[in-house]
Design a protein around this ligand. Structure first.
Ligand code: A3P
Length: 294
């Protein structure tokens, strides 16, 4: 995979040793059998997935109302491997993370360390409609730089050509999707839009996949609804720790990770010809796979 760096954010990451971080992660990370890796393309719902996975997996350790989510940012509870832990370290000390560990990554499937691919650790992938992902990222970059968004047409051209730090979104999603079909016990493939449409079903399926299914008693007690509320956009956005906290190592304000949280916001930014163009590319690239709902 060839990385092509075209926007300021990418350039900053390059200068800021992001490439080295990806390489260090790839070379040195030792997965444990019980690890859960949350894999996403940027701006596809990683933060939401972090909240859901952390809450589902730790629900027997904490009363939901006393969840660490209230006091610690999601990016500290579930750090990014390449952007946080390996950012300036070849071999970060991961001993403070007790098993089962949960980490996040944006690295494409083909670049995952062998210890992740070859161990029985589990991967959860969430993908998102590329039009919404594009707008979310375009606005996110501007917010992190405290600037007006860059030229939309230029940024859109790059997205249509797949010129992005982690490669084209369609290739990213397709590789994880194929792997999830080949290894359904190892990779669980979710869609942001499905989370929005039916969060209860997604929570149940995610809990099953993670090996901690919700008991009938929990269902009767309304635990699914509680998890859903605790991880919801409005709830997390309004937490004090979200308003004041920063991501683990890259210094980005936590509040930047929660903007609008809607499906179809691209309609407020893209012209019909732009959306048709990207939709056509996606349809062609994903033909016969995850296309229909992306
Ligand atoms: P928008 O910019 O469209 O609002 P990531 O976490 O991968 O960086 O993705 C960020 C996107 O997910 C943002 O999309 C953000 O608002 C949305 N998001 C974050 N937490 C969410 C939640 N709990 N529910 C729904 N969407 C959420």
């Amino acid at each position: 995979m060839v990385f092509i760096f075209m926007n300021i954010m990418d350039l900053l990451w390059v200068q800021g040793t992001c490439i080295n971080a990806v390489i260090s992660f790839q070379k040195h990370f030792q997965a444990q059998e019980s690890d859960v890796i949350l894999a996403t393309y940027p701006k596809s719902g990683t933060t939401w997935l972090k909240a859901l996975t952390f809450t589902i997996m730790n629900r027997s350790r904490f009363e939901l109302q006393n969840s660490p989510l209230h006091t610690t940012t999601l990016h500290q509870l579930v750090p990014f491997l390449e952007f946080d832990l390996y950012l300036n370290h070849q071999s970060p000390n991961l001993e403070c993370f007790s098993a089962p560990r949960i980490f996040a990554t944006h690295v494409p499937h083909a670049l995952l360390p062998g210890s992740i691919l070859n161990s029985s650790c589990r991967i959860v992938y969430v993908c998102r409609n590329p039009l919404d992902q594009f707008i979310s990222e375009w606005l996110f970059i501007a917010r992190t730089q405290d600037k007006e968004p860059s030229d939309l047409a230029e940024a859109f051209e790059r997205a249509c050509n797949g010129i992005q730090f982690f490669g084209p979104i369609w290739e990213h999603a397709l590789c994880y999707w194929k792997a999830s079909i080949e290894q359904p016990d190892k990779i669980f493939f979710l869609k942001y839009e499905d989370l929005k449409e039916d969060i209860a079903s997604c929570i149940n399926r995610l809990a099953d996949f993670l090996g901690c299914p919700l008991s009938e008693e929990e269902v009767t007690q309304g635990v699914v609804e509680e998890i859903s509320k605790l991880c919801s956009f409005d709830y997390i956005k309004n937490l004090e720790v979200t308003k004041t906290g920063r991501a683990y190592a890259n210094g980005v304000k936590n509040s930047h990770y929660l903007r609008k949280g809607e499906v179809g916001d691209w309609k407020n930014y893209l012209t019909p010809s732009m959306s048709e163009r990207l939709e056509k590319i996606i349809e062609e690239k994903l033909a016969g796979s995850v296309t229909k709902s992306l």
